[in-house]
Design a protein around this ligand. Structure first.
Ligand code: GDP
Length: 435
């Protein structure tokens, strides 16, 4: 788990500036965390090699609250603690303490979470005497900062990340691959799951959360563990048709969100449907590694048939040629043994980090071969690239005119990268930056 840090405080103390400062050059708002609502903003950040997620609860308290500021702050605090392991409580160093802040402090103390008091708008060393007023809130960690200029933020972050649990405790399951098996009813998901588990040695079942439905199954394979998420729905036999179809899409979406890789199971003896494409589109949107399993191959078994599926996919679902398809029969077991090696490969691709040197050598060569097209007489240049993150791989491209780099050119770069680095099965993200 990546630590989550909540930013709380009354309006106008500079929370948003502070939030933006923390997520800094990464700029990307994390929007794929389950349960995101409009009253919170999530941002990815890191410091000294430690990643964390910052949550801005700022929008939560309206400027002129109709419900009364007291209950609004309490709710804000509750919201923050519900999902955070640290709290950054921001106050305005240039103004005196407000009753609402004292109320918030009280609510925060009750949470037993570590609270760091961040006194903002301390632009100069001589302003630091303004801190005195805030000691009475009773928090032992107090840091003066200026969110505008960034003054003091380094010290604050040093302190914050030093409080994090050791990295290995945060992600003990780092090399675990979380896998979702999705597909319409009767395509053979449960048969496939059994076939996959059948080969394996140690199997651990454990319940997740409070509901009984999502059952995750953990399989050990060599040095790596694979966690099949939400398998209860797969194992349970379908009740009523019609309704089941709809529910199965929602279930698939939920499972996809929890997974690194998604096996989209299709019945090869039937046509691919809009629903299958929708589920695949969702997995792609969420940046997951995807493998299409053409099951029931024992019923068809012909090369033309495989081609038909490929063509259908590429016609109805543009630029999906990076998604591999594997023909198997879960029932006879044919081809099932190929699935695990594919999972390994997809996971490699999903988590691949490419060194900046190599990345730019490949990029420069690609640019030399095909330069970005001139747009309305303006020369468009791409200077260099860095990999922003993996899971899925995301690359930042620095350009003089980032907005004028055409989509088709990014597709070209994508083809080059896929060829060079083997990103089969995973979507690639491009982030354009001005330079
Ligand atoms: P689920 O609803 O997706 O979990 O589908 P099931 O695993 O329950 O399978 C539905 C039906 O398809 C069952 O009767 C299975 O025996 C059958 N089935 C599953 N896999 C195959 C296969 O590879 N070939 C054939 N011929 N039948 C299969």
């Amino acid at each position: 788990m990546i630590p989550k840090i909540a930013i709380v405080g009354i309006p106008n103390v500079g929370k948003s500036t502070f939030f933006n400062r923390l997520i800094g050059r990464r700029q990307a708002i994390v929007d794929d965390i389950p349960g995101v609502t409009r009253d919170r903003q999530y941002g990815a950040s890191d410091w000294n090699g430690r990643s964390f997620t910052v949550i801005d609860t700022g929008g939560f308290i309206p400027e002129s609250p109709s419900e009364g500021i007291e209950s609004a702050v309490t709710r804000q605090a509750l919201l923050a603690i519900a999902e955070s392991s640290f709290i950054l409580f921001v106050v305005d160093g240039r103004s005196s303490l407000r009753p609402a802040e004292e109320a918030l402090a009280k609510a925060l103390r009750k949470t037993n979470l570590p609270v760091i008091l961040v006194v903002n708008k301390i632009d100069l060393p001589q302003h630091e005497k303004l801190l005195n007023d805030f000691f009475k809130l009773g928090f032992s960690s107090i840091f003066p900062i200026a969110a505008d200029s960034g003054r003091g933020i380094g010290d604050l972050l040093d302190h914050l990340v030093s409080q994090f649990p050791p990295a290995e405790e945060i992600s003990p399951l780092k090399s675990d691959i979380r896998l979702a098996i999705v597909g319409r009813p009767n395509v053979g998901k449960s048969t496939l799951l059994n076939a996959l588990l059948g080969e394996e040695r140690a199997i651990v079942h454990h319940e997740e959360g409070t509901t009984r439905d999502p059952l995750n199954i953990l399989v050990e394979r060599g040095t790596r563990r694979i966690e099949f998420v939400d398998t209860a729905g797969i194992r349970k036999k379908a009740q009523t048709k019609g309704k089941v179809e709809k529910v199965s899409v929602l279930k698939a979406m939920k499972s996809i969100e929890k997974a690194d890789l998604v096996l989209v199971v299709l019945d090869a003896s039937r046509d691919m449907t809009a629903q299958d494409l929708k589920v695949m589109g969702y997995a792609e949107e969420k940046g997951k590694g995807i493998l299409i399993i053409l099951n029931k191959w024992d019923l068809v078994s012909s090369e033309t048939h495989l081609k038909k599926f490929r063509e259908h996919l590429e016609t109805h679902y543009k630029r999906k040629d990076y998604i591999p398809m594997l023909a198997i029969s879960a029932k006879t077991g044919r081809g099932v043994k190929n699935i695990y090696p594919w999972i390994d490969r997809l996971y490699e691709n999903y988590t691949r980090d490419i060194g900046t040197g190599e990345l730019n050598r490949v990029l420069q060569k690609a640019i030399q071969e095909v330069a970005p097209p001139t747009k309305s007489g303006l020369a468009v240049q791409i200077y260099y690239s860095t990999q922003k993150s993996s899971r899925p791989p995301a690359f930042i491209l620095f350009s003089n005119r980032p907005k004028l780099v055409p989509e088709a050119y990014l597709r070209y770069l994508e083809r080059v990268f896929r060829k060079k680095f083997d990103f089969v099965g995973v979507p690639i993200r491009w982030i354009m930056r001005n330079k």
